[in-house]
Ligand binder design. Structure first.
Ligand SMILES: [Zn+2]
Length: 163
């Protein structure tokens, strides 16, 4: 595994493990992962509201998720997954600590996003990046970072060489 952003390997594996346990617990197998349903599994109540006309997902403690105005389905999925990540990984932390370490917590939540939307067990390197983007309903950057974290960042080049 290559160096993983500012996240240490231990934390990275813990997040992966947390997501895998949730997949097992809720028997999730379908792709793309339904993030709104997943939010409900982890006991978040979802409300759809217009927050000043901006794209936003807001976590209201203890367990409300407010989703506002997304036209781009992929951005919406990623935002929701990010906030679920904070809720699952950081629920025991106080607001004060969250503010101090904001950047590292965001990295952790972003890793949660990739682990949730691109489940390790489902990754099939026979598929092209385009196919994967369609299957997982993620953007290219999320997919590329995930593949790179899994040590398969260069698989497409190999594929191209074989053609
Ligand atoms: Zn965040």
């Amino acid at each position: 595994m290559r160096s993983l952003h500012p996240l240490n390997k231990m934390k990275y594996l813990q997040i992966e493990d947390t997501v895998n346990k949730l997949f097992e617990k809720y028997n999730l197998k379908e792709l793309p992962v339904d993030v709104e349903n997943f939010a409900r599994f982890v006991n978040l109540d979802i409300f759809y509201r217009d927050i000043h006309g901006c794209n936003k997902v807001v976590l209201v403690k203890p367990n409300y998720l407010i989703i506002s105005n997304f036209e781009d389905e992929i951005k919406k999925r990623i935002e929701i997954a990010h906030v679920i990540g904070h809720y699952v990984i950081h629920s025991k932390l106080s607001h004060r600590i969250m503010e101090i370490h904001h950047k590292i917590f965001d990295e952790e939540a972003d890793h949660f996003v990739r682990a949730l939307l691109i489940p390790l067990i489902s990754v099939n390197l026979e598929l092209s990046r385009e196919d994967m983007i369609n299957i997982y309903k993620v953007d290219r950057c999320t997919l590329d970072t995930r593949l790179s974290d899994l040590g398969c960042g260069d698989f497409n080049e190999k594929k191209i060489n074989m053609l």
